[in-house]
Design a protein around this ligand. Structure first.
Ligand code: RH7
Length: 130
């Protein structure tokens, strides 16, 4: 109902700012857009559920996140995809794995630092009720 819609609106505003801040960080450039299948033809043979920050921004606008935990699940997906597709000991793979882990840790830190725990609890209660 109306109070709940106001809460979800506030969540979307908060998540857009977190998502934009991550996308502005040049360390995370490789995660800002979907991996181009013309550039990397086998990517979608290996990674069954691609994810990136631009797709996440669209999901926010489509009301697909009802709490911060669901947003962080997609951050985790970006990270595990990168670890799975780039597993080798060569320098390029190591760099992208390090960037993926840094993206994950930075996202969790931003949300913990800037989100009221009882606001997240309220979002989860609304989600669980629906
Ligand atoms: C999240 O991004 C990734 O997991 N990848 C994996 C691909 C392998 C490597 O880096 C990527 C793009 C690319 N293009 C050309 C040649 N090699 C690469 C980005």
């Amino acid at each position: 109902e109306e109070i709940e819609e106001a809460t979800l609106r506030e969540l979307r505003i908060f998540l857009r700012e977190i998502c934009a801040k991550l996308a502005r960080n040049r360390t995370f450039y490789i995660f800002t857009k979907p991996v181009d299948e013309e550039v990397v033809p086998d990517y979608r043979d290996i990674i069954k559920e691609p994810m990136d920050l631009e797709t996440m921004m669209t999901k926010i606008d489509q009301h697909e996140y009802e709490c911060a935990q669901e947003f962080l699940c997609d951050i985790d997906l970006i990270c595990t995809n990168a670890l799975e597709y780039n597993p080798d000991r060569n320098p390029e793979d190591k760099i992208i794995r390090h960037r993926a882990c840094t993206l994950r840790d930075t996202a969790y830190a931003y949300i913990k630092a800037e989100m009221d725990t009882d606001f997240e609890d309220k979002c989860r209660e609304i989600r669980d009720r629906r």
